[in-house]
Design a protein around this ligand. Structure first.
Ligand SMILES: O=C(O)CCC(=O)C(=O)O
Ligand SMILES: [Fe+2]
Length: 363
């Protein structure tokens, strides 16, 4: 079965499966500082923590990333395994199928990842984190670099807006997201083989600051706050799916919401096809201390005051926290799965009711 790397080959997302509507944010309007659009982004970020982004200006780069992903996964398994992520909490390189737990019973995952460090992309041909196979090196300058630069700029635009709305000093997030410092920001392609019946990626919230995902087939599901129900996020052509990740939720004292999501086999007839997704993860600098920025914003201080003590203070740096969670996932066990959970540990199925995106769309 051919892989769906070309958007015009995509079979339709089926009707009749449970879908969660997301707010659609227009990136061009955000760049123009359109107040209505900024309000919409804020509602999405503080409600479900997920939104679609249109007019993001990266479609060509994304198409090339899908080609890169399919080329890289076509390498023989023994070649890919030379770049295995290992068991020590590193996520850069190749993650084979069945190497992480997807639930507390220890059920193994069905997906492959290829993950590239942003530090390596920006420093190429110098190596900062690790070396990569030929399809990565060949596409570093013409595919990975432009995708990373544009995606990074999008997330920086979001961060500036959030900074302002949270009442933080201008440039506060730039201090913990400096391009020339070591960080776990990454570019990733995820591949789900066709005809799967079990979970691809188990329930999780993302480790970092902000995530941008590009999908052509369904499979991504979110659990809306206050429910224990999984709903598909339907891929819309030309739209990215963006979400708040745990570090940003922690920095903001929980005002920005990092929601639980997972990857299941694509629904309906889409399940007969290979599924690829392209992800861009912005994460704080390795040495950034994860804590609510209460001393910088009265709004955050108030949110922390209302929360159970210690909820937004993991008491470690970004890199320590990310490696610990990845190491636990790689234990492939019930204990590992539970220990790998971040802010979602307290959240799955119990998140307080946020503003429903459906009601926001009607307003
Ligand atoms: O493949 C997707 O749609 C999302 C992947 C994801 O959630 C992740 O890699 O963190
Ligand atoms: Fe995720």
């Amino acid at each position: 079965m051919p892989g769906l790397t070309l958007s015009n080959l995509t079979p339709p997302f089926p009707a009749g499966v449970p879908v969660h509507p997301l707010l659609i944010v227009d990136y061009e309007l955000l760049l123009r500082r359109d107040e209505r659009e900024i309000n919409k982004l804020w509602l999405a970020a503080t409600g479900l923590g997920f939104w679609y982004l249109k007019n993001h200006g990266t479609q060509q780069e994304v198409d090339r990333m899908f080609e890169w992903g399919s080329e890289t996964f076509s390498l023989p398994l023994e070649e890919k395994l030379k770049y295995d992520i290992g068991m020590d909490g590193n996520s850069v390189g190749y993650k084979a199928k069945g190497s992480i737990a997807t639930d507390a019973l220890g059920t193994l995952d069905t997906v492959e990842f290829f993950t590239i460090s942003q530090n390596d992309v920006f420093a190429y041909p110098q190596t900062i984190r690790r070396k990569y196979p030929e399809p990565v090196n060949r596409r570093m300058r013409n595919t990975l670099l432009p995708f990373a630069q544009k995606s990074k700029a999008i997330n920086e635009t979001f961060l500036r807006i959030f900074e302002e709305r949270l009442g933080l000093p201008y440039g506060e997030f730039a201090k913990t997201h400096q391009e020339d410092k070591l960080c776990c920001s990454e570019l990733r392609c995820v591949k789900t083989p066709p005809n799967q019946s079990s979970t691809g990626i188990g329930p999780h919230s993302d480790f970092g600051t902000l995530t941008i995902v590009h999908n052509r087939l369904g499979g991504l599901q979110v659990m809306p706050p206050g429910t224990d129900e999984w709903l598909y996020i339907k891929p819309l052509p030309g739209h990215a799916v963006c979400n708040i990740a745990d570090a940003l939720s922690l920095f903001s004292g929980g005002i920005l919401r990092s929601s639980v999501h997972r990857v299941m086999p694509p629904p309906g007839s889409q399940s007969r096809y290979e599924r690829y997704s392209i992800c861009y993860f912005t994460r704080p600098n390795d040495d950034a201390i994860l804590r609510a920025l209460s001393d910088k914003s009265p709004l955050i201080a108030e949110a922390v005051r209302r929360a159970p003590p210690g909820q937004f203070e993991p008491g470690c740096t970004s890199s320590e926290w990310i490696s610990r969670r990845i190491r636990n996932l790689c234990l492939k066990s019930r204990q590992g799965f539970i220990a790998s959970q971040g802010t979602e540990k307290i959240a799955i199925g119990k998140q307080p009711q946020g503003v429903s995106p459906a009601s926001m769309l009607r307003s």
